[in-house]
Design a protein around this ligand. Structure first.
Ligand code: MRU
Length: 388
């Protein structure tokens, strides 16, 4: 049995390795480089009306270069999501919705049956790019609802409806994040020290972010905070992205290695932890970037409030608890060599690289949503939240 499991793990690792190589070799259309200081003024995900293309900031190039990618091919969009060129649950959702429209626009103007069959395959294909962030499936299902609600309409009539839905998903994301920012700001005061893990900022949404939205909204009101960003191994979303966007907004920012959070908390520098979420189960168990659970345990130890900031589209009421959340496993190379000049682990060594972990609901002080701050008991209060 153990041998069988080992063989299975090895096969999975090899598959991921080849997938990683194929993705590395494929080409993408690079739109333009822009001045790095503009980052806060560029939407992370946008739509070019004149060309019907999805436009994203290529996050794998940050912080050194700000490159915009223009996408309209399903493989390029899949690759951009898998490779984390666009990442963060809400941003992936908006990118998939606009991306699905960009692909649909280029399909022939056929009848309903042919168009809907093709579109359904493309939707499922894009949805398979990352399994944990529920916003991806959520946004694609909202797009698919348009097709289902307009049975019999030919492609030429469905296309404008799909475009309107994709743009609505984008606009709603901006509104929700702004509201999360306002609601989160009620929990902190000027000058507070905030610790965050991964990047759940503007770069993970269209604008503002979720966990970092209170900071951006606070900045607009003339407030300042001391933000500590965990570097967030292995893909360094904290070091490369959160610290970059915080500094670009003029925030007092300090990058720490993931293993320094306890020391920083013990020094009394942290008043609150703000993190985002990839999927929140109906009981409040929360999947977020690997390492989040450890931060929550430390926060509890030091009596620091631990807030999860997420829009309702991240709360999956069909998922009863954390055990039901599928956790994405990623390529071993991300751990052993991706960010190093030379490989940092022996060839052939086993690597465990889950992208996310699940924080138990009893470690979450409150959820900050666009409809307000939600305290326990979560099972009950989430139900009320969706009834509002
Ligand atoms: O693998 P990533 O970079 O997509 O992981 C992102 C996170 O874990 C974020 O915290 C989460 O998606 C919330 S983004 C507002």
């Amino acid at each position: 049995m153990v041998d069988y499991c080992r063989a299975k793990a090895k096969t999975a690792q090899l598959t991921m390795f080849f997938f990683f190589i194929i993705i590395k070799l494929s080409k993408q259309k690079e739109a333009k480089k822009v001045n790095n200081s503009d980052i806060m003024r560029i939407d992370t995900v946008s739509f070019d009306e004149s060309t019907d293309e999805l436009v994203i900031i290529d996050q794998t190039k940050l912080p050194n270069e700000t490159v915009l990618l223009r996408l309209s091919d399903k493989k390029d969009i899949f690759e951009a999501i898998y490779k984390l060129q666009v990442r963060g649950a809400p941003a992936i959702g908006v990118a998939a919705a606009i991306g699905l429209y960009a692909v649909a626009k280029r399909l022939p103007d056929s009848d309903y049956d042919r168009f809907s069959t093709e579109l359904c395959d493309i939707k499922d294909y894009l949805c398979s790019s990352r399994p944990t962030a529920v916003n991806l499936a959520w946004a694609l299902e909202r797009m698919w609802d348009v097709v289902k609600a307009n049975q019999g309409l030919p492609a030429a009539k469905l296309k404008p409806l799909l475009k309107a839905k994709a743009l609505q998903i984008r606009d709603d994301d901006i509104k929700c994040c702004r509201a999360i920012g306002e609601n989160g700001l009620t929990l902190i005061k000027d000058g507070d020290g905030i610790l965050t893990h991964c990047n759940a900022g503007q770069l993970a949404t269209v604008r503002y972010g979720t966990a970092l939205a209170p900071i951006h909204v606070g900045r607009e009101k003339g407030m300042n905070f001391k933000v500590f960003t965990d570097e967030t191994r292995p893909l360094l979303q904290g070091a490369r992205l959160s610290s970059y966007e915080m500094a670009a907004d003029g925030v007092d920012t300090t990058v720490i290695c993931d293993n320094m959070a306890a020391s920083v908390m013990k020094k009394g520098w942290i008043n609150a932890v703000f993190v985002g979420a990839d999927r929140v189960a109906a009981n409040g168990d929360t999947a977020n970037k690997i390492g989040t659970m450890g931060v929550a345990i430390m926060a509890k130890h030091f009596g620091i409030p631990f807030y999860v900031c997420a829009p309702l589209s991240t709360i999956d009421m069909n998922c009863p608890d954390g055990d039901s959340i599928k956790i994405e496993q990623r390529a071993a190379e991300e751990v052993t060599e991706m960010w190093y000049e030379k490989r940092m682990a022996p060839i052939g060594v086993k690597v465990f690289n889950p992208a996310f972990d699940v924080t138990d609901n009893d470690m979450v002080t409150a959820f900050v949503t666009e409809r307000g701050v939600i305290y326990p008991p979560y099972s009950e209060n989430f139900k009320k939240l969706f009834e509002k």
